[in-house]
Design a protein around this ligand. Structure first.
Ligand SMILES: [Zn+2]
Length: 479
């Protein structure tokens, strides 16, 4: 991506001490990557001698490191990075989700496209430094602070894609539709930048799709929720997704109030409603899906839909506990998102999925052994392969033909030192801090090398200025 590639050889062989592929840790294996940034194959250790490595191959030794697939962050609202730490008292954040939302609306209220660029860059930088190689950005701030369309209706989307490109992370821009405050609710001034008619939305997302359709940046659609988008608008958006083979994401059943309102309006819960209208399929991802009954889980499973859990955000907002065991027993693929950016730590999301259940059931290893799958491998799969599938990205399994997106972990980092080969994966999944991530490669090119991102200082400085400005303006009155 941003690292120049002058006169590079045809192939690169990355040679770590350990490599995770096909569900197991292999000692001494290497990863052969072609000049298009795709995996040629995993090379077993016994093949490593001079005669078997051709002259058109550059060998990159990664001594003392383990190589793992890059994380996929399926659900991000980059601008909400501004809210981190600003709502952690009842005085500033109130007691629940709805009062937190008022602070979030304040962050969204005044951002210019340029400021959006700087905020997105800091969020994506933190993801990259944590080993994330792809992000799904659920983007709904479209209009000017006055609620008018920009001359280019995607003026707030372009800086987000540019931010991802400048940091070196793949992006699926999930352009979100937002039509109303909610069933029977009066307009909320905090939402004026989000609103578009269905016709405007479809024209704008089509234009965005025309501009971004590569493996580095592509487009999906996201009716915000059944609360914010009525059914007669969700249907044409879902039809657009089908026609363009694009991902279709929605917030679903995050809050009990959303379910009650949906039942009042349609006489059905959100998942039943979406199933009745034939909108659940393998391209559909339900974000959160916390408050599900068993029949709703069956519907998601039967229709091969995905779920994106956001455990670090859900615990921060007090949303509830995601019923991971019941969902996984039905074979529904679960991926992860950093959502509100309360934290950006992919493995913390993975652990929390399990830890919330331990506290709830007063048991250990609750998600272990479902379908015979070991717990750590399952959680890593959620953070990688399942995320890639939910975004329509061919990565995560370290298989031939897939994108060469990976990170390395320092085997001597204080958080994992003392590992044994049998327990290496669980030591990483349950113990590794993000600071142990040493290198990150996207398409076989380093975006982070030896903990260093070349633009880090500039990104932090620009972001600091934006944050200061946003929080020095008076808070918007909004409920
Ligand atoms: Zn969200």
């Amino acid at each position: 991506m941003f690292f120049a590639d002058f006169g590079a050889p045809m192939k690169t062989l990355f040679q770590p001490d350990y490599l995770y592929s096909a569900g197991r840790v292999q000692a001494g294996a290497g990863l052969l990557v072609d000049d298009q940034g795709k995996i040629v194959r995993v090379v077993p250790s016994e093949e490593f001698n001079r005669s078997s490595i051709s002259t058109d191959t550059e060998v990159v030794a990664l001594r003392g490191k383990a190589l793992l697939p890059g994380f996929v962050n399926v659900h991000s609202h980059a601008f909400q990075r501004l809210v981190r730490g600003r709502t952690e008292s009842r005085r500033t954040g109130g007691p629940d989700f709805w009062s937190w939302r008022a602070a979030m609306y304040h962050a969204a209220a005044s951002l210019s496209p340029e400021q959006m660029y700087h905020v997105a860059r800091v969020a994506f930088l933190e993801m990259a430094l944590a080993g994330t190689t792809t992000v799904g950005e659920f983007h709904y701030v479209h209009r000017t602070p006055e609620g008018k369309p920009y001359p280019d209706a995607n003026a707030m989307a372009h800086p987000i894609v540019s931010a991802a490109e400048s940091v070196g992370i793949r992006i699926c821009l999930l352009r979100a539709a937002y039509r109303r405050a909610g069933y029977g609710l009066p307009p909320d001034p905090g939402q004026s930048r989000f609103l578009e008619s269905t016709e405007e939305f479809l024209a704008n997302v089509s234009e965005l799709h025309r501009q971004y359709h590569s493996s580095n940046a592509w487009v999906g659609v996201a009716p915000h929720s059944v609360r914010a988008v009525p059914m007669d608008a969700i249907e044409p958006i879902a039809a657009w997704a089908r026609e363009h083979h694009s991902p279709l994401h929605m917030h679903v059943s995050e809050q009990p109030a959303e379910i009650t309102a949906c039942q009042s309006e349609y006489g059905a819960t959100p998942v039943r409603l979406l199933a009745q209208h034939g909108l659940l399929d393998h391209r559909f991802t339900a974000v959160h899906a916390i408050h599900l009954d068993r029949e709703e889980m069956d519907l998601l499973a039967e229709n091969t839909a995905n779920i994106c859990a956001c455990p670090t955000t859900e615990r921060n907002l007090g949303d509830g506990i995601f019923p991971a065991r019941a969902v996984m027993e039905r074979g529904i693929p679960v991926a992860f998102g950093s959502d509100s950016q309360a934290q950006i730590e992919p493995l913390e999301d993975a652990r929390e999925l399990e830890y919330h259940l331990r506290l709830q059931h007063r048991q250990r290893s609750v998600l272990d052994g479902i379908d015979g799958q070991e717990l750590s491998a399952r959680l890593l799969r959620c953070a990688t392969v399942n995320g890639a599938n939910a975004l329509g990205c061919d990565a995560g399994e370290m298989q031939p033909g897939q994108l060469a997106d990976f990170f390395t972990a320092d085997m001597n980092d204080v958080s994992i030192v003392g590992w044994g080969i049998e327990d290496l994966l669980s030591t990483i999944v349950f113990g590794m801090r993000t600071a142990a991530v040493t290198d990150v490669c996207v398409g076989g090119k380093f975006t982070v090398r030896d903990h260093h991102h070349p633009q880090q200082q500039e990104i932090l400085r620009q972001y600091q200025e934006v944050a200061r400005k946003v929080w020095s303006t008076p808070q918007l009155a909004s409920k």
